[in-house]
Design a protein around this ligand. Structure first.
Ligand code: CDP
Length: 225
């Protein structure tokens, strides 16, 4: 069986990770949550008391940061299980600064490409189709209105026991979208060959099924090339 690469990008809290995980499970591919890596790096900077807006100080930590993503969703960073903490507001509020630093991105991208080297993957993030895996077999750009995304993330946090308000979440989503799409290196962009999916009025199952349909069509077309 040939190795297949699926790239799913889009703005904050669009539901990419829920959908990507489900698509990967249905197809028997490996799911790679690149956002968790930037979040883990951010947690490490906060753990060390480093100001996340100080690029030089954050980049100086690169050699100390060791991130491992486990198949069950567990995230380890330099000796600490950070699975839960990386979803908390203090990490979300700082992650876009960390993700804007080129040297940190280069280190994360190297790891991401290595993880996708030998197995079929569904990788989600901001720059997967444009920068990390530009030759992906299928590229999806998943969007939804800010209001829908804020409600989705609010419900997700509450169900995980992470306290927050809807207003806070909406502000965080807007702020991250702005920083992510305005950074200089590998910003959030829709790749020219990506299929845009507006999921504002779609359920998770509908999005998952639509993406599987797109993947099947694309792979069948490639067989005939
Ligand atoms: O799940 P959510 O959409 O809230 O975000 P995430 O995928 O966990 O990503 C968290 C943050 O990491 C984003 O806001 C970006 O700043 C950064 N990120 C990135 O720059 N590039 C990626 N490939 C993935 C995430």
């Amino acid at each position: 069986m040939r190795k297949v690469v699926i790239a799913i990008d889009g703005p904050a809290a669009a539901g990419k990770s829920t959908v990507s995980k489900a698509v990967a499970k249905k197809l028997g591919y490996t799911y790679i949550d690149t956002g968790a890596m930037y979040r883990a790096f951010t947690e490490y900077c906060l753990r060390k008391g480093v100001d996340c807006q100080n690029e030089a100080a954050c980049c100086a930590l690169i050699p100390e940061v060791e991130i491992t993503l486990y198949p069950d969703g567990k995230v380890m960073c330099s000796g600490k299980d950070v699975t839960r903490e990386i979803r908390e507001p203090h990490v979300s509020g700082n992650v876009s600064y960390i993700a804007s630093y080129k040297d940190i991105r280069l280190a994360m991208v190297e790891l991401q490409r290595k993880m996708a080297e030998k197995v079929s993957v569904v990788m989600d993030g901001r720059d997967i189709g444009t920068y990390v895996l530009p030759n992906a077999d299928v590229k999806i750009y998943q969007i939804a209105s800010v209001a829908t995304r804020a409600i989705r993330r609010y419900d997700e946090n509450i169900s995980k026991g992470i306290p927050c308000t809807l207003e806070e979440i909406e502000e965080d989503v807007r702020k991250r979208d702005y920083i992510d799409s305005h950074r200089e290196f590998a910003p959030l962009r829709c790749a020219p060959d990506a299929i845009t999916l507006d999921t504002s009025f779609m359920s998770i199952d509908e999005v998952v099924n639509k993406i599987i349909e797109i993947i099947n069509e694309k792979l069948a077309a490639k067989e005939h090339e």
